[in-house]
Design a binder for this molecule. Sequence first.
Ligand SMILES: [Zn+2]
Length: 186
Amino acid sequence: MKRAVFLDLQGTLGGEGLDDIMQFSFFPFAEDAIRLINSAGMLAIVITNQSHISKGLFTWDDYLSRVKELEDQLASKGAHIDAFYCCPHSSEDICKCRKPSPGMVMQARKDFSIDLPSSYIVGDTGAWDMALARTVGCMAVLVRTGLGEGSLAEFRYLWKDIEPDFVAKDVLQAARWIVSAEKDSC
Ligand SMILES: [Zn+2]
């Protein structure tokens, strides 16, 4: 069984707010965070909602070529994402993959034999990422970038019954905490 860090894309690894993957760019510290996860021997897996595909704003092929560009950028910095999982649907499609539904995590678990209780979900939204972590039984790490501060303040009521296991300044601090927590558990 493998351990994974499931990473949200927009607001967590880069970009801000609800921009789609076409406008996405990595935060300058994101590559360091991913490299830390890589060198800890954990899987780095992106799980992302891209409802603009369902809405026709860009195509699945556009998405795939953008992912390829992002992978090339990471490779040039010695970091890699083991897999990207994408929900292309909108909330009106009633699918099983759109976060906070567990479809993408459950598919990854099957594809990579992942042990969910010793894995982590890192994201900037309480009502999507942290709620998903609780549903699938992963550790929940909220980052303050993107919508993170808003999740902790005006939108806290949307996920009031959930406590994140850790609140990090950003994804780099989150990765450092995860890697040190990994060491403590060995
Ligand atoms: Zn979906």
